[in-house]
Ligand binder design. Structure first.
Ligand code: AMP
Ligand code: MG
Length: 411
């Protein structure tokens, strides 16, 4: 029986790709309204102070702080109401000593005012007389010019993954377009004589193609543009044609299935023959996911993922996801979100390989979230659906015990 040569731990497999990767991040202009999930390709610098005018942080009255010094409930400061400053308008009121003007949250202060007394700390004593029941210090309840952002300040660094709050914050500065890394295009080729399209009823021995769809969704989720190509039979020439077409129109090529070492498995020879240097990793010390191929085709990464949908997803997470991160300027690739949980059952593992066990987060017991292993052969597609994430068992361990605290890497 043929053997894998030079089986690498998954992290080493990724490193050997990373050190050979020459592709540079390419930038493009993106409207801020479409920038969510994109990665900034340069620093973003504010050209303005924010706020651009002193703003009240409260509904109340703008005052000269000195006029309120020593005010108490029993001995209030009496102020003359000089008018109000409407929202969205500059003040028409200028305060003389001993005067106050109505102010609204986010609005401007009256000319000459340097603080705002909260509505709750005042009392009206007639048409035009106001009692301030507490003193305010200069600047109290006021956002100063530039307190949020100063003109010339770097508001987002290069390589920043844009979040919803970033989108709004950019628009507050009038920034409507950003330079973002181009989304990497990923061609996806599912191979296998047994595969049929999902709209078809599979005949005996046939199954519906799952991986084209899962991998496309994963690419999309991780900031790439998926291009699923038509299904390809286990035929060298057909696979080579698809691979050539795929790599030509994309930054990354992902092949599904046929990645092992039997005579039926063609992916390694197909990817090796596409360009230089060809296959750099064949086989990783990983379960599920041992039959994995990493290749470089004239600078473009190409992957041969195992056909088992569970294996394909685990390998995508460990190798393809971080590669997409690098191509979109997220360097180092961020670790997936994880939560701590307590394992509910023993899980065995062979020494010398890294195991990724699927778990379901099963509610909180005794104040601690629990992780319940979802056992299943790696062809059980719905085991992925029933799980919330994976737990990594390091290669030097032969298992994990019930009651042990583990880190669950969330899907
Ligand atoms: P292979 O990697 O070609 O040895 O395939 C391993 C297993 O994964 C086989 O049971 C295949 O039928 C299954 N498989 C391969 N490709 C797909 C796919 N695109 N969707 C669902 N199952 C697949
Ligand atoms: Mg196959």
């Amino acid at each position: 029986m043929p053997e894998f040569f030079n089986v690498l731990p998954p992290d080493d497999a990724f490193e050997s790709l990373r050190e050979r990767l020459t592709a540079r991040v390419q930038a493009e202009a993106v409207p801020v309204s479409e920038a969510l999930g994109r990665v900034t390709a340069c620093e973003i610098v504010s050209a303005e102070d924010l706020p651009s005018f002193p703003r009240s942080t409260m509904d109340g009255y703008s005052v000269r702080a000195a006029d309120t010094f020593g005010a108490t409930e029993s001995l209030p400061a009496y102020l003359e109401l000089a008018g109000e400053v409407p929202m969205g308008q500059p003040p028409a009121v200028s305060l003389r000593p001993g005067q106050a003007a109505r102010a609204f949250t986010g609005g401007m202060l009256a000319e000459g005012a340097d603080a705002v007394v909260m509505e709750e700390n005042t009392q009206r004593a007639g048409e035009t007389t106001l009692e301030a029941l507490r003193p305010v210090a200069p600047g109290e309840n006021v956002l100063q010019v530039g307190e949020d952002v100063r003109s010339g300040e770097v508001v987002l660094p290069s390589g920043h993954l844009v979040r919803p709050q970033d989108v709004g914050a950019l628009t507050a500065l009038g920034i409507t377009q950003v330079q973002a890394a181009r989304r990497p295009v990923v061609s996806i080729v599912s191979t296998g004589d047994e595969l049929v399209a999902p709209g078809e009823t599979p005949g005996p021995g046939r199954v519906r193609d799952v991986n084209s769809y899962t991998i496309s969704a994963l690419v999309e989720k991780h900031g790439g543009i998926p291009i699923p190509l038509p299904l390809v039979k286990d035929d060298y020439d057909a696979q080579r044609d698809a691979a050539l077409r795929g790599i030509e129109q994309a930054d990354v090529l992902v092949f599904s299935a046929g990645s092992s070492i039997s005579s039926r498995d063609l992916t390694a020879s197909v990817l090796d023959g596409l360009g230089s240097p060809g296959v750099i990793v064949h086989g990783v010390s990983l379960k599920p996911g041992k039959p994995t191929i990493v290749a470089l085709v004239d600078g473009k990464p190409a992957f041969g993922l195992p056909g088992n949908p569970v294996s394909a997803m685990v390998v995508f997470d460990l190798l393809v996801r971080p590669t997409l991160c690098l191509l979109r300027g997220l360097d180092p690739p961020p670790r997936p979100a994880a939560v701590s949980a307590r394992l509910t059952r023993d899980v065995a593992s062979a020494a010398g390989r890294e195991d990724h066990v699927q778990v379901r987060l099963d509610g909180v017991r005794g104040g601690v979230p629990t992780a319940h292993p979802v056992f299943g052969k790696s062809n059980l597609i719905y085991s992925l659906v029933r799980a919330d994430g994976t737990v990594r068992i390091p290669p030097d361990r032969t298992g994990l015990y019930a009651g042990q605290d583990v880190e669950v890497r969330l899907f």
